[in-house]
Ligand binder design. Structure first.
Ligand code: FES
Length: 97
């Protein structure tokens, strides 16, 4: 049986990582990797999802998405904030403004 193509969130917060120029990274899109935020080359099997390969041209720290809902993969776009807000609403918790 095939699993859902919907990614699962690995965390509700992005992770800050310093990336090396010229190195090819494989960001996990399915959310099931045991090596988050990167693909572990096996956990995506059957999900219909594949890792997103990317490189950077300069050494720098970046925030990589862990909720797997970003619109600019592999980088965080703040989508985890919407997830946290909806989770709090689902639980009936107040949201401070
Ligand atoms: S384990 Fe998630 S994309 Fe490979």
């Amino acid at each position: 049986m095939l699993e859902s193509k919907q990614p699962v969130g690995a965390s509700n917060h992005p992770v800050e990582i310093e990336l090396t120029p010229g190195k090819t990274y494989s960001w996990c899109q399915c959310g099931k990797s045991k090596s988050q935020p990167f693909c572990d080359s096996k956990s995506h099997y059957g999900t219909g999802s594949n890792p997103k390969e990317f490189t950077v041209s300069i050494r720098r720290k970046v925030w990589l998405c862990m909720c797997k809902q970003t619109m600019i993969p592999p980088y965080c776009d703040g989508s985890h904030n919407k997830l946290l807000k909806s989770t709090r609403l689902d639980l009936g918790l107040e949201i401070s403004r």
